[in-house]
Ligand binder design. Structure first.
Ligand code: SAH
Length: 496
């Protein structure tokens, strides 16, 4: 909008300027543009009153104090009633009128239909695709919306992509299946979104993959539309695209596969939903079929395809936990894929891919060829480039603030870690407070930079401590993890 902020260092430290800008861009949401417009209109209205300088200033102060929350860098657009009160004679007296601090505004009772009546302005709901699991596949916009959200409603599949550096105040609602807990029914999720938004909270609905691909995002969007709540869709990398790419399977290839079909095998098994025409899919040799939610229905799918004429030798693959450090790929033929997958212990979430390009997986094995593939490493954020070096080397990196906040705990807990890099005694001690977490125990390597850190970790009872030289920089740290003890497990898994 009309707001411009400048950050500069007189040319002395452009690297911090860049980071400060990114930080501010992440924290200042789109409502600041509307707020600036409202401020411009308010100024015009005040000037039209031709008041004394002190009366004018007092009104400006009123506007600012009521609409900006300085500690959280949040702003809201005032209501027409508020503006009328501030402009009215006596509107410069502090303490009068209906002034309410921001916290109270958020707590006002919820109107049945948001956007009407005297309730707060409903917050924008962003239906955001989190991508297939690798946190690096979150889009720029998704990250921006997450950083400026008041509330986040997330699925279990989306948890690994939750940015660990979200502010501690953000409300986190898990609505996915968790061990021992049933998933929240869709109607309750819909109601929760409406309730959060109607109370003025900026809300993100974070879903695995893409919100409109087997994600029920469209049902949620329709609910919001009916409730008069503003919403937007932030597309994400869907599992078919992400997992296939990381398994080395091009879903199209010139002259080999010119069509891609996304299909849910589940739907056909139920028998009451729209039926999948497996007979038609079986007829097209120059195509790729990617099946979601299909591990258990694979025998039935394979039988139908072969009965309709698909050759038993058609290449087929299963990819579970695609794009993540725990990714597993099984390549076989349509006739044998299920048995091979069961023997390999493949578990959901997994997609199956059927088509000629599956043959290319053996050669396009870029994902598992990276030196740190299979590693899921924790690291406390520091501006030294280590997280990026680990990422480039193929590790899945969970870069967290110190101390850890609630979002960091969700992200860490989303999958087991293989190690945590500890640069100094303070970091060993900071992590010690989290030792009970299941993803950290047992067997996570404490990869300690320097003798003192390693000694502290041993004294605190870490079972596996890897000691690196005191002044090891990012490259040296990566190299020593590649060759260090404890790598054997990840390497073995990869080779299997
Ligand atoms: N909206 C999601 C799909 C949700 S349905 C998307 O666009 O990807 C859930 C199914 O997605 C799972 O049963 C599985 O078939 C697939 N899936 C999700 N994440 C996956 C991953 N990382 N690897 C393999 N399959 C995945």
């Amino acid at each position: 909008g009309a707001m411009k902020l400048a950050v500069a260092s007189d040319g002395g430290a452009p690297f911090v300027v860049r980071r400060l800008r990114q930080m501010l861009e992440g924290r200042l949401g789109p409502e600041w543009a509307e707020w600036m417009d409202a401020a411009k209109r308010f100024r015009q209205a005040v000037r039209a009153l031709a008041l004394s300088r002190s009366e004018t200033e007092a009104r400006y102060e009123r506007f600012f104090a009521a609409t900006v929350e300085p500690e959280r860098l949040r702003a809201r657009v005032p209501t027409a009633d508020e503006i009328a009160t501030w402009l009215a004679p006596g509107g410069d007296e502090t303490g009068g009128g209906e002034r309410a601090p921001l916290g109270q505004v958020v707590a006002l009772p919820v109107e049945p239909r948001a956007g009407q009546g005297s309730g707060p302005r409903p917050g924008l709901v962003s239906l955001v695709g989190a991508g297939p699991g690798d946190p690096g596949l979150l889009t720029v916009r998704a990250r921006q919306r997450l950083l400026s959200a008041d509330a986040i409603v997330y699925d279990r599949l989306a948890a690994p992509a939750l940015p660990p550096d979200l502010c501690d105040e953000v409300e986190l609602h898990c609505v996915g299946k968790e061990a021992g807990r049933h998933p929240v029914p869709q109607q309750e999720i819909n109601a929760l979104l409406v309730r959060l938004a109607a109370s003025g909270r900026r809300t993100v609905r974070l879903k695995g993959g893409d919100p409109f691909v087997y994600g029920r995002g469209s049902e949620e969007a329709e609910t919001l539309r009916r409730a008069g709540i503003p919403y937007e869709i932030v597309p994400g990398v869907t599992a078919a695209i992400g997992a296939a790419a990381c398994a080395g399977i091009p879903v199209t290839h010139r002259g080999e596969a010119v069509r891609v079909t996304l299909v849910t095998a589940h739907e056909s098994a139920k028998g009451n939903g729209p039926q999948v025409r497996w007979d038609l899919l079986a007829q097209d040799p120059h195509a790729t079929v990617v099946g979601y939610m299909g591990v258990s229905s694979l025998p039935e799918v394979a039988a139908k395809l072969q009965a309709a004429g698909m050759p038993a030798s058609t290449p087929a693959a299963l990819v579970s936990q695609g794009t993540t450090a725990a990714q597993r790929v099984v390549v076989s033929t349509i006739a044998r894929l299920h048995a091979t997958g069961v023997a390999a212990g493949i578990r959901p979430p997994a997609i199956f891919v059927i088509g000629p390009t599956v043959r290319r997986a053996a050669a396009l094995d870029w994902f598992v060829s990276r030196p740190l593939s299979g590693e899921r490493l924790g690291v406390f954020a520091r501006p030294d480039g280590l997280a990026q070096a680990l990422d480039v080397a193929g590790a899945e990196v969970v870069e967290t603030p110190r101390p850890l906040g609630p979002a960091a705990r969700v992200a860490i807990g989303a999958a087991p870690l293989t190690g945590w890099i500890l640069r100094g005694v303070e970091e060993v001690e900071a992590l010690e407070e989290e030792r009970g977490m299941p993803s950290l125990e047992p067997g996570v390597r404490a990869i300690c930079v320097g003798r003192a850190a390693a000694e502290r970790a041993r004294a605190l009872g870490w079972a596996r401590v890897q000691e690196l030289v005191e002044d090891a920089g990012p490259e040296a740290i990566v190299a020593s993890i590649v060759h260090g003890e404890g790598r054997s497990a990840a390497t073995a898994a990869r080779e299997a």
